[in-house]
Design a binder for this molecule. Structure first.
Ligand SMILES: Nc1ncnc2c1ncn2[C@@H]1O[C@H](COP(=O)(O)OP(=O)(O)OP(=O)(O)O)[C@@H](O)[C@H]1O
Ligand SMILES: [Mg+2]
Length: 238
């Protein structure tokens, strides 16, 4: 069995009387690609924020590789080699794509190494055509690609993505899937996502959240044809 890189043990998050994450025991293997889905309010973002350190769980424990990270701050988790893309943009308008990626690389490496890493990343993610463009002038889908470049240039072994396909056209989604697959060659990936087209095309194992708990965990095809899942989730979306 592949090494476990992320594990939660009975993770629970309460907000007053609301149990947003309820006793979630979750396990992710090295280089695995996993989507988290579920209806509005199911607890996906809460779970995600507990893992990334934005929230400290009310109960339960979190382990990354072999370290317990329960209660760690986001920057401590990032320094372990965990790359996080939230919906808050991290690109800087007024700078080019190359400059944005270089700045992220420079945070961890000397100049020469940052130059090399930047060039590699632009190549790997096929961003050459937009490398010299001002990020502020890019279309939404392209900005999201740059965001992933910023995450990837830190050489993460775990990448956490919150709704990477939100607001994207079909073509953008296709590019995003290709980029995520590329990242997944060297990192385990967790994606919180609503977009069914995206989840189908990425075709990974899916964890379905419902009322704070894990309702089902299986390959996307099995999940999509499951009656209970259809009722709580797909039924709403058609
Ligand atoms: N900071 C908070 N304070 C109080 N209640 C919260 C807070 N964050 C989330 N909740 C509640 O916890 C539950 C789970 O919310 P969460 O945002 O995790 O769901 P979600 O699965 O991400 O939903 P969506 O698909 O709409 O993004 C909801 O009932 C929500 O109202
Ligand atoms: Mg959410």
């Amino acid at each position: 069995m592949a090494e476990t890189v992320l594990e939660t043990e009975n993770l629970t998050m309460r907000f007053g009387g609301v149990v947003a994450a309820d006793n979630v025991s979750f396990r992710l293997a090295a280089r695995e690609l996993r989507c988290l889905i579920g209806p509005n309010g199911a607890g996906k973002s809460t779970f995600f924020k507990c893992i990334t350190g934005l929230l400290t769980p009310s109960d339960g424990r979190i382990f990354m590789r072999h370290e317990e990270t329960t209660g760690w701050h986001p920057h401590e988790i990032a320094s372990l080699g965990v790359g996080v893309k939230t919906q808050v943009p991290s690109v800087m308008d007024g700078l080019t794509v190359r400059e944005n990626i270089w700045l992220a690389a420079r945070r961890r490496h000397p100049v020469v190494e940052a130059n090399r890493k930047t060039a590699d990343m632009i190549e790997r993610l096929e961003l050459n055509a937009i490398a010299a463009a001002d990020v502020g002038r890019l279309a939404h889908g392209e900005r999201q690609q740059v965001e992933l470049g910023i995450v990837a240039v830190g050489d993460p072994w775990l990448v956490l993505l919150d709704e990477p396909a939100a607001g994207m056209s079909a073509g953008d989604v296709e590019r995003m899937v290709a980029i995520i697959r590329e990242l997944n060659r060297s990192a385990a990936v967790i994606i919180v996502e609503h977009d069914m087209q995206f989840i189908r095309s990425i075709a990974s194992t899916v964890t379905v959240f419902h009322q704070g708990s894990v309702l089902m965990e299986d390959h996307v095809d099995k999940v999509m044809s499951d009656e209970t899942v259809r009722r709580v989730y797909l039924g709403k979306k058609g």
